[in-house]
Design a protein around this ligand. Structure first.
Ligand code: ZN
Length: 384
């Protein structure tokens, strides 16, 4: 009801709350008024500061137990004025992270209520497939699935629509498949490279499927079963991810030679460079030792940290670059070695991928297992 701001509105709000006590006041996007004072890029904002001051005054003015609880929400708790967070004001913070598997199941149950799901659809399975999805993503996912169902003139949402909707939410719209050509073969080798390296590394997430159907910007895609526990990642897992990300380029080079490698690996390289750099500068996982050399930025618009402080000398900067390069090179050599040593299964998988366009993870592992030992990755499968 109280759209817009202003000190008098805040006064009115609290007056009304006191009349109606016990009650709860909920303020959404509190950072709009509660941002750190005196930080303004582009000058101070008197109107906003007055509103904030009024809010601070009102929150002090509670006698004993007035029966009013104030809850506020923000995506940027770090930019809030410190006075707002003092005891007696917003002194308890509840972080609402992306839901875990149980949370996702419950969110899905809410959004599935008004949709017709086929009996074959299990919300459990969807929850399992969607680590990292927020509540809004899950709602969007079921809506997309419903749209697809209507478009395909089906009576109820089946697993097929759910699967397509997940792909669409994560990777964008589906494009038309490529016609058979040299570049299709190259893309197939690139994707099989990712999938094979990922499958044979013990610490890599298992492959969910490989596909040559373009989506969004990508010409082909390898999907990995995302890990539920995003919290702590070990050094060997990071290295496995870097090696897996290099699998595509490695396959291109091993099969077609260094002159034929393509721009297709651009995104992969960007991703792994970031990971390798963080290993050195933030996680102390290199020969430079356990030092944090760069902090995560993100306060720029507060005007406090205009310049990023580099916490090291020029000579350390050179050593950081050398360490990052060493990690990338070690992983690249490893990826090329894996492709070279498994050339025949690579060729067979590429032929199959070109023929079928999509290979799912189970089939992929079975084929690889005919040639070599596939590491057991049951620890990656989330349990409900
Ligand atoms: Zn790639």
């Amino acid at each position: 009801m109280f759209v817009g701001v202003g000190a008098s509105r805040v006064r009115d709000l609290f007056k009304k709350a006191k009349d109606n006590a016990p009650c709860i006041i909920f303020i959404d996007e509190i950072d709009a008024v509660g941002r750190q004072r005196g930080a303004g890029i582009g000058g101070g904002n008197d109107e906003r500061e007055q509103t904030l001051n009024q809010l601070l005054t009102e929150m002090d003015g509670f006698e004993g137990n007035t029966g009013i609880i104030i809850i506020a929400a923000t995506n940027r708790p770090d930019v809030l004025d410190s006075a707002l967070l003092r005891p007696g004001r917003f002194d308890r913070q509840v972080t609402v992270d992306a839901p875990d598997i149980k949370g996702r199941l419950e969110v899905l149950q809410v959004h599935a209520r008004n949709k017709k799901l086929d009996a074959s659809v299990s919300l459990d399975a969807i929850a399992r497939r969607t680590p990292g999805f927020t509540g809004a993503d899950l709602a969007n996912l079921l809506n997309e699935a419903a749209i697809l169902t209507a478009r395909r003139r089906k009576e109820a949402i089946t697993l097929l629509e759910i699967d397509d909707a997940v792909d669409r939410v994560v990777a964008g719209m589906e494009g038309t498949p490529l016609v058979d050509s040299k570049s299709k073969r190259l893309i197939a080798y690139h994707e099989i490279g990712h999938a094979l390296v990922g499958t044979l590394l013990k610490d890599h997430d298992p492959v969910q499927k490989v596909t040559l159907i373009p989506r969004g910007q990508a010409q082909g895609l390898t999907w990995f079963m995302p890990n539920e526990e995003q919290g702590l990642i070990s050094r060997s897992q990071l290295k496995a991810r870097i090696t897996g990300a290099l699998g595509g380029r490695a396959a291109e080079e091993v099969i077609f030679g260094p002159a034929e490698v393509t721009t297709g690996a651009g995104g992969d390289l960007q991703q792994l460079s970031g990971m390798a750099r963080q290993m050195v500068t933030r996680f102390g996982m290199s020969d430079l030792g356990p030092l944090s050399l760069e902090s995560q930025q993100g306060e720029v618009f507060l005007g406090r940290d205009w310049t990023t402080r580099s916490e090291y000398s020029e000579s350390i900067a050179c050593r950081i670059d050398a360490q990052v390069r060493a990690i990338a090179e070690e992983c690249y050599d490893n990826a090329k070695k894996i492709i070279r040593e498994h050339r025949s299964v690579t060729d067979r998988l590429v032929d199959l991928l070109i023929e079928k366009e999509t290979i799912d993870g189970e089939e992929f592992r079975q084929i690889v297992a005919e040639y070599t030992v596939v590491p057991d990755k049951s620890q990656f499968v989330p349990q409900l």
